[in-house]
Design a protein around this ligand. Structure first.
Ligand code: NAP
Length: 236
């Protein structure tokens, strides 16, 4: 498969290495310094683009892929306020998009477990629920897209909590954000009562898990039309 990498930072480089190991060919590696547009994509002729850039750049990059008829896998987080508009455009223009706040197989299994645990614990109001997320100090968005996905799953089961929040003072679902060193990604859901605590955690030790998931997503998306998520790739 011919893959175009949009974004060649920590994730782009890891995907480059693993994709070649899986026998794929990288047709281009774009960074913010490159001047590129629809014509560039038409010349490079990728079967699929994998986009890991910056929250401010993601929407325009997706639109360029739609214009050039290139299926796009999007790993960038922090742009989901535009998701409804992008989803409608993708369907209207008969294009292909797969986005995930987290491509790791472990985290996607964690999502499934999180949903189940929240459905049980909602019946026990003596347990207060909160979330911790920790990432490296260069991460641009906070809280992480993964923490927001986890929070939204929990909120679906807790009708008396309307929002997540990174401020401790209010009664919403609290997400504690920590930034430290080169932390690859730690997420924990904590249910705490006066007498005990239940914790559900996922800890990424390497970016390899995200990169491999993004390549599996690209292999899945190549010949499909529409909007997909990791649960479609993994069938969970
Ligand atoms: N979904 C997941 O599983 C997952 C996992 C890890 C990270 N992420 C997210 O993925 C994103 C990237 O993470 P990272 O760690 O790879 O970041 P990074 O190391 O900062 O790399 C970002 C890359 O994007 C490039 N870039 C920025 N704007 C661009 C544009 N308009 N066109 C083309 N390239 C552009 C940058 O180019 P310059 O070097 O020229 O600035 C750089 O090469 C972040 O939003 C992060 O939160 C998601």
């Amino acid at each position: 498969m011919n893959i175009l990498l949009i974004g060649y930072g920590k994730m782009g480089k890891m995907i480059d290495e693993l994709a070649q190991q899986r026998g794929h060919h990288i047709v281009g590696r774009l960074t913010s310094k490159d001047k590129w547009n629809k014509e560039t994509l038409l010349q490079l002729k990728p079967d699929v683009a994998i986009e890991f850039t910056h929250p401010e750049a993601a929407v325009n990059n997706i639109l360029q892929c739609f214009e050039a008829n290139v299926p796009v896998v999007v790993g960038t987080t922090g742009w989901y306020q535009h998701l409804d508009k992008i989803t409608s455009l993708c369907i209207e223009k008969n294009q292909s998009l797969l986005y995930a706040s987290n491509f790791s197989i472990g985290v996607n299994l964690f999502f499934k477990i999180n949903d189940y645990v929240a459905s049980l614990l909602k019946n026990y109001p003596e347990y207060n629920v909160s979330i911790i997320e920790a990432h490296h100090t260069q991460k641009k968005d906070a809280p992480s897209g993964t923490a927001i996905s986890i929070a939204e799953q929990i909120l679906n089961h807790y009708p008396f909590k309307n929002h997540w929040s990174i401020n401790k003072e209010n009664d919403d679902l609290y997400i504690s954000v920590r930034r430290c060193g080169d932390e690859k990604g730690y997420h924990s859901v904590i249910y705490q009562s006066a007498i005990d605590e239940i914790q559900l955690s996922h800890h990424a030790f390497s970016r390899k898990g995200f990169a491999l998931g993004a390549i599996l997503a690209a292999e899945f998306l190549k010949d499909k039309k529409g909007v997909f998520q990791m649960k479609d790739v993994l069938n969970v």
